[in-house]
Design a protein around this ligand. Structure first.
Ligand code: FDA
Ligand code: NAP
Length: 444
């Protein structure tokens, strides 16, 4: 069952990845308040079914966060939506304990997320893309009590409109490729990797290049090397070698929920220090395990005289051109400024992501959201966008708040706590305002 378009919701969630799933759980567990009961909610997700970075579900990829930082545990350690409950329901709790790890495979965590989302089937509509959010027409001369959310059916193309007292936007990271590069059937971003790779006959892939020294680039280079035993794999990385993601205990405290306050209420100088000293916990770095795996492959190749994994270091890709069946990759050397090129059958840009950008779904409503001197959104500690007085509804962000809330903004570490903070904020505001008296008619 999907969301009902003839209803007004206390909350509409845009996107149903881990962030809004954790928020849905927090709403469910908050139980509402005594006077007005539970908050009503509906979530819209454009994918046809649940999926968490499916195109990067590589066989040996593991989580980069402890399973205890699941959808609920840090907010509610006895939640029935935690990873341990999932293991118990799946009959694998003891077997998992025997693995002695905090870091399950992404495959297993995906199963966990899928299990949890299935418990919300009555509230989520898949194949439903939010095309825009706006003020209702009658609000031109008054403070708007509701927002209109336009939802496009991704199969039929028709649009229906639902009304929301609050929206929580969690549309995820935006894939990033170097300027001027266009993807085609043989030039892919890592976010589309597995789907594209599976569409190509492996025997046509004799030379493949992967750009980027982050976790995605390292994992894809290893996967290609193992999956294409006849192929030459070129890893084009801007650094001298892959650098390790710092996950040591003191540094890892930047992902604690308390660090959000330290960041939010800090000074420009302290916020800058977070990034300067701790960017290497997450960006442009790879796990120790995958780095050592790659090195071992290079070493064994040398031993056997079969060099197949070529690390082209201190190199940045500047352009790509289609040359018949091949792609020509142009690179600039960071060692001497010289340029070189390489012809490949396929090219993967594991060049990272931009932060979540809500301006697309906000449309004209974006004009009511206040910005700081640097043009960034002003965001409350409760993740609510600061707006002009014309908008009394809550517009909350999960993602895109690196400048206000710090490093966890795009990560899983804090989603249980953040989801609870947003649910609390919405409940608090409802208690302060009292329940809305009438629901507007919504169009189909
Ligand atoms: P996410 O991107 O997961 O979900 C957003 C959803 O919104 C998507 O399902 C999308 O389809 C939907 N959507 C977008 N626009 C829409 C619209 N207009 N209408 C309706 N739906 C829309 N972090 C971490 O802490 N530990 C880890 O192990 C990893 N691992 C990891 C692996 C890979 C391959 C990547 C690329 C990233 C990670 N991350 C991570 C970081 C990652 O951002 C994080 O795991 C979550 O995906 C964040 O969840 P969100 O729900 O915020 O975004
Ligand atoms: P990333 O960390 O941002 O890395 C992008 C890499 O591409 C950087 O090395 C960057 O170098 C390089 N790059 C960019 N433009 C380039 C160019 N023109 N030429 C050469 N190199 C270029 O992105 P990511 O690896 O996709 O990781 C993104 C997020 O996903 C991280 O949070 C990561 O932990 C997560 N992730 C997790 C898993 C997992 O859980 N197993 C798997 C994959 C990803 P510069 O920094 O110099 O620009």
């Amino acid at each position: 069952m999907g969301a009902n378009s003839a209803e007004i919701y206390d909350v509409v969630g845009v996107g149903f990845g881990p962030s809004n799933l954790a928020f849905a759980i927090a709403l469910e567990e908050s139980g509402g308040d005594a006077s007005a009961g539970p908050l009503t909610s509906a979530f819209f997700e454009r994918q046809p079914s649940f999926g968490w970075h499916r195109n990067m579900l590589l066989p040996s990829a593991t989580m980069q966060v402890s399973f205890l930082k699941d959808l609920a545990t840090l907010r509610n350690p006895v939640s029935r939506f935690g990873f341990v409950s999932f293991l118990h329901a799946s009959g694998r709790l003891e077997q998992f304990i025997n693995t002695q790890t905090f870091f399950p495979t992404r495959e297993e965590f995906h199963q966990y997320l899928d299990w949890a989302q299935a418990l919300f089937s009555g509230k989520v509509s898949y194949g439903s893309e939010v095309a825009g959010i706006q003020l209702p027409p009658e609000s031109a001369s008054a403070t708007a009590q509701y927002l209109q959310v336009d939802v496009r059916d991704t199969v039929r193309g028709d649009i229906r409109t639902v009304a929301a007292r609050n929206v929580v936007i969690s549309t995820g990271l935006v894939p990033q490729v170097p300027d001027g590069v266009a993807s085609d059937e043989r030039v892919w971003h890592s976010s589309e990797f597995l789907e594209r790779f599976q569409q190509v006959s492996p025997e046509t892939l004799k030379k493949v290049a992967v750009v980027g020294a982050g976790q995605s680039g390292a994992e894809i280079a290893r996967f290609l090397y193992d999956s294409l035993p006849q192929a030459d794999i070129y890893a084009i990385i801007p650094s001298y070698g892959y650098s390790i993601a710092d996950d040591t205990p003191f540094a890892n405290r930047v992902f604690d929920s308390a660090a959000v306050d330290d960041y939010y209420f800090g000074t420009e100088r302290s916020r800058e220090a977070f990034w300067r000293y701790h960017k290497n916990t997450n960006y442009s770095v790879a796990d120790d395990e995958v780095i050592r795996d790659l090195y071992q492959r290079v070493y064994m190749d040398e031993l056997r005289g079969t060099n197949r994994l070529h690390i082209l270091n201190m190199a940045r890709v500047t352009n790509v051109k289609r040359m018949g069946n091949e792609s020509r990759v142009f690179m600039e050397s960071l060692l001497d400024g010289g340029s070189q090129d390489l012809d490949v059958n396929a090219l993967v840009f594991a060049t990272g992501y931009d932060s979540m950008d809500p301006s697309g779904v906000l449309g004209e409503l974006d004009g009511y959201c206040l910005r700081d001197g640097a043009g960034r959104y002003q965001v409350g500690r409760d993740y609510r966008l600061v707006t002009t007085p014309d908008v009394s509804c809550g517009i909350y962000l999960q993602g895109g708040t690196e400048h206000t809330h710090g490093l966890t903004s795009s990560l899983l570490s804090n989603i249980a706590v953040r989801g609870g903070e947003i649910a609390d904020s919405i409940l608090r505001r409802r208690s302060a305002d009292g329940p809305a008296t009438s629901a507007p008619t919504t169009s189909a």
